[in-house]
Design a protein around this ligand. Structure first.
Ligand SMILES: Nc1ncnc2c1ncn2[C@@H]1O[C@H](COP(=O)(O)OP(=O)(O)O)[C@@H](O)[C@H]1O
Ligand SMILES: [Mg+2]
Length: 400
């Protein structure tokens, strides 16, 4: 299928000259290229050489170009041209601001108002796609591009399908098509009858990620993430430390409903709901309360796990202080009650840490795992050292 493309390569008999690679995805590389006839810069998405036509990739490519070309909307990337030589390619308008994935970087949230605006623009683009009977099926930050003025454009209709009889999400090799973190439950299940409400779920995930910097469902494998989409209740924004107000919480919760019938019926109504809420509450602009630490890493407990933990830690600190004072006093008779007190404070600490981890329904984040390990190790250490102290005190009092 031809040589690898790179800067200087030409396509369509010399009309398009590749200048630089902009990005790549599952089946294609995207380049900044020059349309030498119209003397303008374009984005050229070329199927990666060597992808087999048996798997239907060229046909998928053609479908993608035709799907995008049918949609003429400011929030959908425009298609200018397509071709086959030396590999199937699509020529699109060049979007200068990178993708939303670049903007979010490694877990960086965006201000709530900006997140609402971007989601609303994506929904406007999706409304047009859905009106054409197309479900995008891969809405995620990597497929939302940002124009120079900061507005969002939906890209990558590579796995878009007609809404009715959309077929399975599995390729012939059984690989899941789509991106597990953003997939709707019905997409995870491979249901043949998915419709635009599946894309609305993905917008809900994306909105959650824009606002909190985190995904609602995180796990080590794609299948584990899919399982969480099917079974786990979505966390609230507040539980991630973000005060976006009840109206925004309600939109995210409805978008992330497991049952499509519980979601917004279409992109336009979700968009209207997003534009409605002037997020409520205080005079303070909606946004981040401290960056993220308010979710108690070890707590699934309902009411006030923090205050319980705080009381426990205070007791432990007092015991440690007393321990130091007693040690200074060269192990006076106080040592026995102090050591016993420490033991009594350490055991529940250990118990609370371990059982909170065991009860957790959602997997812990990496930071959560580190905090849990430290808490368990510290409480374990307190119990161990005080047990040793008790034994030593007993042995010395019995003259051993
Ligand atoms: N029209 C465009 N203008 C600028 N960059 C683009 C354009 N289309 C795609 N890209 C870049 O290429 C990346 C992959 O493009 P995409 O269409 O999502 O390909 P794939 O189907 O391989 O995932 C995008 O995340 C973006 O960085
Ligand atoms: Mg993509």
């Amino acid at each position: 299928m031809g040589d690898t493309l790179g800067p200087g390569s030409v396509l369509a008999g010399g009309r398009y000259r590749i200048e630089e690679k902009l990005g790549s995805g599952g089946m294609a590389d995207v380049y900044r290229a020059c349309d030498t006839e119209l003397a303008r810069m374009v984005a050229l998405k070329a199927m990666r050489p060597g992808l087999s036509s048996e798997e239907g990739y060229p046909a998928r490519f053609r479908r993608e170009a035709q799907a995008m070309a049918a949609l003429n909307h400011p929030h959908v990337v425009a298609v200018h041209d397509m071709g086959d030589e030396p590999v199937p390619f699509i020529v699109m308008e060049l979007i200068q601001g990178g993708s939303l994935a670049d903007l979010l970087g490694a877990g960086r949230p965006v201000p709530v108002a900006q997140a609402l605006g971007l989601a609303s623009q994506v929904l406007a683009g999706l409304a047009v796609a859905h009106a054409h009977g197309l479900v995008h099926r891969d809405i995620k930050p990597g497929n939302v591009l940002l124009a120079a003025d900061g507005s969002a454009k939906v890209a990558d209709f590579g796995i878009a399908r007609a809404a009715e009889g959309a077929g399975t999400v599995l390729t012939r090799t059984g690989r899941l098509v789509g991106t597990p973190s953003f997939m709707s439950p019905e997409q995870v299940l491979g249901r043949p009858d998915i419709d635009g409400r599946s894309d609305l779920y993905s917008v809900g995930v994306m909105l959650f990620q824009m606002i909190t910097g985190r995904l609602p469902f995180e796990a080590d494998s794609g299948y584990a993430i899919g399982y969480l989409h099917l079974t786990a209740p979505p966390p609230t924004l507040a539980s991630m430390g973000v005060a976006a107000g009840p109206a925004v919480e309600a939109v995210v919760a409805r978008a992330l409903a497991k049952d499509p019938a519980q979601r917004y019926p279409d992109a336009a109504s979700m968009r209207a709901a997003l534009q409605e809420p002037a997020p409520t509450g205080s005079a303070r602009q909606p946004g981040l309360v401290p960056p993220r630490p308010t979710r108690p890493p070890l707590a699934t407990a309902p009411r006030s796990p923090l205050s319980r933990a705080r009381r426990l830690h205070l007791a432990q600190a007092l015991v440690l202080l007393a321990w130091v004072l007693v040690a200074q006093a060269e192990w006076g008779w106080l040592v026995v009650p102090v050591v016993l007190g420490g033991f009594v404070a350490g055991v529940p600490g250990l118990w609370v840490s371990c059982s909170a981890v065991a009860r957790r329904s959602r997997p812990l984040s990496r930071i959560g795992k580190i905090k849990a390990t430290v808490a368990i190790a510290m409480h374990g250490g307190v119990v161990l050292s005080l047990t040793t102290g008790i034994v030593a005190a007993l042995m010395s009092s019995s003259g051993l």
